[in-house]
Design a protein around this ligand. Structure first.
Ligand code: AMP
Ligand code: TRP
Length: 341
């Protein structure tokens, strides 16, 4: 049998768990916009609200707020709901329906090996939700209910994407079909791992207790500049070559952030700032970050003033999405042997 040809289609998602960071922007959303604008793929971007309740149940009004705020973040960053399909996961029920099938395809052993499961369940796996354990099967369903071929994500999601490939391959093998594509992860660029501003060995994260460690997408110009000026660095000047950043994680992180925001290579940043002291470089980085990020936070605030418009965009997105997901779920049900009315 010849390999089926799948429409090149990008899918990616972010949890509406409150507070988008510079890591989410550079590692994910900015790249989503680039892939949308490249026009080489159809693009589907998703707020994964079903995933957002796996670690703990969230007060309902907070989840609604976070979902709208994430949508505002996507729109303000340049996701165009005409060019991309922009959706909230629970509004496209086929995600959860396919996830059930995948719960029956995936093996307990596969799930138990996921580092995110181990990290998040910690010492108390017994008290974790079943949803947290099954999280990667839902993630596989998110992608494969669109026959997604390419998934841009940050480094931390690599293992989940390998599992997505395993689920697709096992389904195809067990039913003797070539129905689901074997998805390619797209983990590229200098910002696939943006680090903590106070400790360059840790990932920048919205869950860190200290706000100084991250730049939030809702931070205003003053907050952005202040956090960059106070970022941890070392006393040495900037080197002329990338190798000079080895064993200098804080310095490397700021150079990478600069490069990602300016859309140049880290070496080009060093060429321009060779020999500069960090006091000076941080001022240049603060200016650049404010120039690029402050308009996004201002636009997010403007969009959040009109939640009805956000809801309309998501309703329309769900309608467009279902033109793809309903037929794929129906064909899946036929393959599995589920009677359909
Ligand atoms: P999360 O906020 O964990 O749902 O992540 C959403 C997306 O942002 C995923 O593609 C992550 O890989 C990416 N991401 C989150 N934090 C970072 C970071 N510090 N650096 C780069 N990418 C990140
Ligand atoms: N697990 C991803 C994260 O935490 C979010 C996610 C859910 C996702 N479904 C997805 C990412 C599908 C890419 C594709 O970042």
């Amino acid at each position: 049998m010849s390999d089926p040809v799948f429409t090149p289609r990008v899918f990616s998602g972010i949890q509406p768990s409150g507070g988008l960071t510079l890591g989410n922007y550079l590692g994910a959303i900015k790249r989503f916009v680039e892939m949308q604008d490249a026009g080489t793929h159809e693009t589907v971007y998703c707020m994964v609200d079903l995933h957002a309740i796996t670690a703990k149940l969230v007060p309902p009004a907070e989840l609604v707020h976070n979902t709208r705020e994430l949508c505002a973040g996507f729109l303000a960053s340049g996701i165009d709901p005409e060019k991309s399909i922009l959706i909230n996961q629970s509004q496209v029920p086929e995600h959860a329906q396919l996830a059930w099938i995948f719960n029956c395809v995936a093996r307990m052993g596969w799930m138990g090996r996921m580092t995110q499961w181990k990290d998040k369940s910690g010492k108390n796996a017994e008290a974790s939700s079943l949803g947290l354990f099954a999280y990667p099967a839902l993630m596989a369903a998110d992608i494969l209910i669109y026959h997604g071929t390419h998934v841009p994500v940050g480094e931390d999601q690599k293992q989940h994407l390998e599992l997505t490939r395993d689920i697709a391959a096992k389904f195809n093998h067990d039913y003797g079909v070539e129905f689901f594509p074997i998805t390619e992860p797209v983990i590229e660029g200098v910002a696939t791992r943006v680090m903590n501003l106070q400790d360059g060995t840790k990932k920048m994260s919205k869950s860190d207790p200290s706000d100084k460690t991250r730049i939030n997408m809702t931070d205003d110009a003053d907050a952005i500049a202040k956090k960059i000026r106070k970022a941890k660095t070392d006393p040495d000047p900037l080197p002329g070559e990338i190798a000079g950043l080895d064993a200098r994680p804080d310095a490397r992180n700021l150079v990478n952030i600069y490069a990602a925001l300016a859309e140049v290579s880290p070496q080009a940043v060093l060429d321009q700032h060779d020999g500069a002291l960090f006091g000076h470089f941080k001022l240049a980085l603060a200016d650049l970050a404010v120039e690029k990020l402050a308009p996004i936070s201002a636009e997010m605030a403007r969009l959040m003033d009109d939640p009805a418009e956000i809801d309309r965009i998501l309703t329309r997105g769900a309608e467009r999405a279902r033109e793809i997901t309903v037929p794929i779920l129906e064909r899946t049900y036929d393959i599995v042997g589920m009677l359909r009315s």
